[in-house]
Design a protein around this ligand. Structure first.
Ligand code: ZN
Length: 691
């Protein structure tokens, strides 16, 4: 039970209406996932919000002079309790979506948004934090927490006159709902689409495991033939491997028109108006606080200083990558012997990669059974950080595929835990991510250890076969483990600056992308590979070819990310009220500048861009590339010292992974690297140095 509940005389009763205890309120330690029902959600959130409002009033009504113990600690406790209660709800909404849960989730969004804005606009609280900021005895963590909080008060409109405050709050509520709606449309469009295939010849070229899964999908619905669904592994397999260009086009069209006015489900889940509204409201909110645009508002809490700085950063990388990207595209066309359509690119890229490096995704997959990859990954973190990661059994989880792992450090101290949910399934959000289940907190003498969710959408095992990961999936897993360790290994005791909290969003992708490089390392590949039948590690020749192929089409990959980043930045920076068609215009201009792949007229990429329109990366997608500079340079320190070097690992742990948001990222980086970050390591990694 949370410490706050024990302290409060008006403590929430975990029993609602004298019936069953509400599992979200009775929660001890890990969330009781199997007991959480949609009808638990709203009463629990209502109760916690009411208690938090009451708690905040008590803090502010107290006669004590503002201090860390009188104000910051109780406010951190309120925050922690709410985050801890809401986290399993928003997580289940993402991984086990249902109509009832979705309704409950959406009913809470405006309440949560209203509460957060109220706290952010509370002038008494703002004054209390301002007074505490003057205390010369603050620790660096306390100082960072207060500085972040003061900035966030300003970004929530604390200085606005009363009537504007109410309007700003309404904007935030509406935005929260629209962003959720955007994500729902993408999920529903993906779930609703399927393609029945009766003629096996259309499936030629597809890997065996994809065929098995398509067959099993059909059988489960009592249908004949094969059923293709619109999850990422299926889409990716078809556009990469299917010999039938018509089939590739069909999947490409379905995928790239999700939730839009075009394609096979045109207008059924259309996000067009939702996107326009989201941009309009973001712009209006930013203008109310005197930012020229939402892009500047977004950057106010990031490492990058200005839109111009980010724009130059993207333009510079684009200029360096374009010659390579154009050359790579010409090579693909030469391989195909014709001009390529968008749905041909992945197919011929795989063909050319196979020709040039004599490797294929499917051949490599046989060496990466998921259990071996995880075991090797944990062995790696044992080498560099001294961690011992073990599976805990008998835990209540949300799906039978899910496992929980405990992380012990070199002194055998339990540091935290994480859930792993690896496979694609219906009603699960696409993509891969790490999220905060419980944040680390040491408040009033009670420590709560951090817990994370690590979620992916890998091809699930079918018919009792072991799940075999493509190497790209291995890289994704390393990425998410990087985030997970950042969250779990924190030493910071205040939840608002522990783990990934309080870390500027454009630095959050440092630990994750840093971790990816290990999945390409000749020292690490033998640890994570074993042929699923023979147990033999990845043969040396294959390993060398895989590493050599890392830079294959690196220019095109870089340009694709820059296209997303530039679109996101510009669509927010250049928003002009009344110009609702700007989204398509900006996207076309950006493509003309940085894309080397032809894009069909029907492509509606932006309509499924959940990173940005769902909220988290809004005017911040550039973060991936920004942080990749830091990540590549940090990994270079390991290459210099030996990839498994414990001393370098310890330094990374202390300077970067443990500090949460308690110090500026640049200072932490300089402490680790002994100098400021340099671009060279990333350019070398992508084979773009000197380009
Ligand atoms: Zn990430």
């Amino acid at each position: 039970m949370c410490a706050w509940e024990g302290r409060s005389p008006a403590s929430i009763s975990p029993t609602m209406n004298n019936l069953q205890p509400n599992p979200l309120l009775a929660m001890r330690d890990l969330p009781p996932f199997s007991a959480i029902r949609a009808d638990s959600v709203e009463p629990a959130i209502d109760a916690v919000l009411a208690e938090n409002r009451e708690g905040l009033r008590r803090v502010l009504d107290s006669n004590e002079a503002p201090s860390v113990s009188a104000v910051i600690v109780p406010v951190e406790q309120l925050r922690h309790r709410l985050a801890r209660t809401w986290s399993p709800v928003s997580h289940l909404n993402a991984v086990m979506n249902s109509e009832a849960l979705r309704a409950a989730y959406n009913a809470c969004l405006p309440k949560l948004s209203a509460y957060h804005t109220e706290v952010g606009q509370n002038e008494d609280l703002y004054r209390a934090y301002t007074a505490i900021a003057e205390d010369p005895a603050l620790t660096p963590a306390q100082r960072a927490l207060i500085e972040d909080a003061l900035r966030d008060f300003r970004l929530a409109g604390v200085a606005l006159p009363a009537e504007h405050k109410a309007h700003f709050k309404a904007l935030m509520q509406e935005l929260a709902q629209l962003q959720s709606r955007f994500e729902e449309n993408v999920l529903d469009a993906s779930t609703a689409w399927r393609l029945r295939i009766d003629d096996e010849s259309r499936l030629r070229g597809l890997p065996e495991h994809v065929l098995r899964r398509a067959r099993s999908e059909a059988e489960q619905r009592g249908e004949k033939g094969w059923l293709l669904t619109l999850d990422f592994p299926t889409y990716h397999a078809v556009v990469t491997h299917a010999d039938d260009a018509g089939l590739r086009r069909e999947l490409y069209e379905a995928w790239s028109t999700r939730a839009s006015d075009r394609g096979p489900q045109a207008q059924r889940f259309d996000n067009t108006k939702v996107m326009q509204e989201i941009l309009r409201l973001r712009h209006e909110a930013a203008r109310m606080l005197d930012f020229p645009s939402f892009a500047e508002y977004s950057l106010a809490s990031k490492m990058a200083q200005s839109v111009d700085e980010v724009r130059s950063f993207i333009d510079d990388l684009a200029t360096r990558s374009l010659p390579a990207g154009r050359r790579e595209m010409r090579e693909l066309e030469a391989c195909a012997g014709r001009a390529l359509e968008a749905w041909d690119v992945a197919y011929y890229a795989e063909k050319l990669r196979r020709e040039r490096y004599d490797i294929s995704d499917e051949q490599l997959r046989q060496y990466f059974p998921v259990d071996r990859v995880l075991a090797g990954l944990f062995e790696l973190t044992g080498h560099i950080y001294g961690l011992r990661i073990t599976r805990r059994t008998g835990v209540d989880v949300w799906h039978e595929d899910v496992a929980l792992y405990d992380v012990h450090d070199a002194r055998d101290e339990l540091r935290g835990s994480f859930y792993v949910d690896l496979y694609a399934r219906p009603k699960k959000r696409s993509g891969a991510w790490m999220d905060d289940c419980i944040g680390r907190a040491l408040l009033n003498g009670r420590t709560e250890l951090p817990v994370a969710y690590l979620c992916c959408n890998f091809t699930p095992p079918v018919d009792g076969h072991a799940a075999l990961l493509a190497h790209t999936e291995v890289v994704t897993l390393f990425h998410e483990v990087g985030h997970t360790l950042h969250h779990v290994l924190t030493r910071v005791d205040y939840p608002s600056v522990s783990g990934i909290n309080g870390v500027p969003w454009d630095a959050v992708e440092l630990p994750s992308q840093f971790m990816e490089s290990f999945a390409w390392s000749p020292e690490v590949l033998p640890l994570i590979s074993a042929h699923y039948q023979t147990g033999e590690p990845l043969p040396r020749t294959l390993l060398e070819r895989l590493i050599a192929a890392r830079r294959f089409n690196a220019g095109m990959q870089m340009l694709r990310q820059l296209e997303f980043a530039l679109f996101d930045l510009r669509v927010h920076a250049e928003y002009t009220p009344g110009q609702s068609d700007r989204i398509a215009t900006v996207l076309n201009e950006v493509r003309a500048q940085v894309s080397v792949v032809p894009v069909p007229e029907f492509n509606r990429f932006a309509h499924g861009f959940t990173h940005v329109f769902g909220g988290a990366y809004a005017a911040g997608y550039y973060s991936y590339k920004w942080a990749e500079v830091l990540a590549a340079d940090a990994f270079a320190a390991f290459e210099e010292a030996g990839v498994l070097d414990r001393a370098t690992g310890q330094r990374f742990l202390r300077s970067i992974l443990e500090v949460g948001g308690t110090r500026p990222v640049m200072d932490a980086f300089i402490e680790f690297r002994g100098r400021r970050p340099q671009l060279d390591a990333l350019l070398r990694q992508c084979g773009l140095a000197g380009g």
